[in-house]
Design a protein around this ligand. Structure first.
Ligand code: NAP
Length: 294
């Protein structure tokens, strides 16, 4: 069993991005600039946005955080998105989800200029990704591809089972793993809460990607000997032995599953760190106009 070490890889990728940003600065070019919009201050969203802003700082990019109170109207929020769209100094925009119930997240995503949609949530980017055209790919699936690639994991002809069909992880992951590319060329099964006999399907997976948000749901009896297991889940569970009072758990019961695998991601220290790197990589691409031109 080998760990897919997100900590090691993310340090490597951040160093690469930092070197590129330094080159841009030294050449007198425009520094890539990521903007995040955060509504409210609910715990996890605040933490996620803070770490994205901090990562920008680490690699030398500019970042701006635009905050709104939870009672912001949809019109006010959409106006803020349009202002970022129109600002040539701002290269990438993310709107941290979830949003309050009175705001339609689809309308917000569709208002972001696809050329600044570094989270890859705009339907234009999802459609382009599905067609194999240049697009911003949503950060978590892209981070997983990067991980498979950097560990040189063979994917062609393998059976990849994705558990969870969310718009931001499971669905794009399944599309990417079936493409005629590397990583890709898998035979993909996309599963969800209505799937019958999920354990039997998981046992046929050469590559198992768990993204369902149910701590330690995937147990050893659901995993084939030698499988590659990618754990996307990231949930807080009560743990009185920790100072914070909680521990972060993935969707995979790591201790019993790990010995059966060829490669596995830990939680924390796996996919989550790769996600932030993908966002930085997309912001760099946006600044260079690599996807849509300038
Ligand atoms: P989500 O939108 O809640 O979707 C969960 C998916 O799992 C749904 O498709 C659901 O099926 C399926 N599911 C739920 N229970 C199931 C069961 N018992 N058997 C089979 N499928 C089941 O979740 P998400 O946003 O994709 O996030 C999933 C997890 O990944 C969460 O823990 C989240 O915190 C984590 N996450 C981590 C990162 C990172 O950077 N590490 C990024 C994003 C998300 P239905 O469609 O039928 O309801």
């Amino acid at each position: 069993m080998q760990l897919l070490d997100g900590k090691f890889l993310s340090a490597q990728i951040k160093a690469e991005i930092k070197a590129e940003v330094t080159q841009i600065r030294e050449a007198g070019g425009k520094i890539p600039h990521l903007v995040a919009i955060l509504v409210g201050t609910a715990g996890r969203s605040e933490t996620y946005v803070a770490s994205k802003m901090k990562s920008c700082e680490e690699v030398g990019m500019h970042s701006t955080l635009i905050r709104f109170e939870p009672d912001v109207t949809e019109t006010e929020l959409l106006d803020a998105v349009r202002r970022v769209n129109d600002n040539p100094d701002m290269d990438g925009l993310i709107v941290q989800l979830p949003l309050p119930d009175h705001i339609d997240p689809n309308r917000v995503m569709e208002t972001i200029d696809p050329a600044k949609d570094v989270d890859g949530f705009h339907p234009v980017n999802i459609g382009r990704m599905a067609k194999g055209l240049p697009a911003y790919v949503s950060a978590t699936p892209q981070g997983i591809l990067e991980m498979l690639q950097r560990y040189d994991i063979k994917t062609a002809g393998k059976h990849c089972v994705v558990v969870g069909r969310s718009q931001i992880v499971g669905l794009p992951m399944s599309i990417l793993m079936q493409r005629n590319a590397y990583p890709g060329n898998c035979t993909v099964t996309l599963t969800h809460s209505r799937t019958q006999d999920l354990p039997a399907i998981c046992r046929t997976a050469d590559i198992l990607i768990a993204a369902l948000g149910k701590p330690e749901f995937i147990t050893a009896d659901m995993v084939k000997e030698g499988a590659v297991v990618i754990d996307v889940g990231l949930e807080r569970v009560v743990d009185t032995s920790k100072k914070s009072g909680f521990a972060l758990k993935g969707d995979v019961k790591f201790d019993e599953v790990a010995p059966k695998t060829s490669f596995i991601t830990p939680v924390p220290g796996g996919v989550g760190l790769m996600t932030i790197c993908s966002l930085m990589q997309n912001t760099l691409k946006a600044a260079r106009g690599e996807v849509y031109g300038k």
